[in-house]
Ligand binder design. Structure first.
Ligand SMILES: C[S@@+](CC[C@H](N)C(=O)[O-])C[C@H]1O[C@@H](n2cnc3c(N)ncnc32)[C@H](O)[C@@H]1O
Length: 261
């Protein structure tokens, strides 16, 4: 029950590509999730998500969108960082017809897919997609009513900076919401099944379906993400208040929420 994925890169990502985190153990020295890497899988990204998460990714994004739409005032503007193919932006737009969404991502390929979907849904008046780095957002302080990242922050090179940027561009009182994969920790039978799925099925399936052997290291990047208690502490350090972590699906995914004071 895993991913919206972020396979690590094995090729040099010198570049001007933004963000992306150093990999752990087997992936030591790798850069994760750059725009260039996602350009390569953009055409298959949505299909991979549906198959590898057994359709649960849709439900996870809905929960993220609901957390935002429940507290964002009518007519508000939401920022979706690492928007990829715009699934979160589209989900928010569907749930709250008065909201406008700006999605940013460094991958032109992912954004191109996203724009097609936005046009197809007739939502180009409400959803704008642009190239940008989550570590250096091209927006004024306090501009947005809410900001989110879905399955993206795991691979930011500097997560603290990513959190600081999300906090900076969100107005006082606004919500910062982060959805991220985690290692399922539930000790029951289903929890164990989820762990096996994430550790053994997802990397192999991802490698086969994507044609990218880097998917084999997906599990490493999930394991390298800090435990919820540590990440919520980082959110507080970034200046967020009322911080909470809501595990879903046996802890395979966590929805983190915080308010800008
Ligand atoms: C696993 S995808 C998630 C896409 C989408 N949010 C979703 O829920 O499906 C991760 C995305 O993070 C983007 N990304 C990587 N580095 C980034 C950065 N520094 N700033 C913003 N987005 C970044 C990638 O281009 C990719 O589209």
């Amino acid at each position: 029950m895993s991913p919206p994925m972020n396979p690590p890169m094995n090729e040099s990502n010198e570049s001007n590509e933004p963000s992306v985190a150093p990999e752990t153990d087997r992936g030591e020295g790798r850069d994760l999730g750059s725009g260039a890497m996602f350009d390569g899988i953009a055409a298959r990204y949505d299909m991979l998500n549906r198959v590898m998460s057994m359709g649960l990714d849709v439900r996870w994004r809905r929960a993220l969108a609901r957390a935002i739409t429940e507290v964002t005032p009518t007519g508000g503007e939401v920022l979706d960082v690492a928007t990829g193919t715009a699934d979160v932006a589209l989900t928010i737009a569907a749930q709250a017809p008065s909201l406008r969404i700006v999605g940013v991502d460094p991958s032109a390929g992912m954004l191109e897919r996203g724009r097609k979907k936005v046009r197809g849904a007739g939502l180009d008046g409400r959803i704008t997609l642009e190239i940008a780095d989550g570590l250096s957002l091209p927006f004024a302080d306090d501009r947005f009513d809410a900001a989110c990242v879905s399955f993206g922050i795991r691979n930011f090179k500097d997560r603290a900076l990513g959190l600081a940027e999300l906090t900076r561009v969100t107005r006082p009182g606004g919500l910062v919401a982060i959805l991220e994969l985690a290692e399922p920790r539930d000790s029951g039978l289903l929890g164990r099944a989820a762990r096996t799925h994430v550790r053994h099925v997802v990397p192999r399936l991802g490698a086969i379906l994507s044609g990218s052997r880097e998917y084999r290291y997906l599990q490493d990047s999930i394991a390298a993400f800090p435990p919820a208690a540590e990440f919520t502490a980082m959110m507080r350090e970034a200046g967020l208040a009322e911080v909470e972590a809501r595990p879903m699906t046996f802890g395979a995914v966590v929805l983190f929420l915080g308010r800008v004071p």
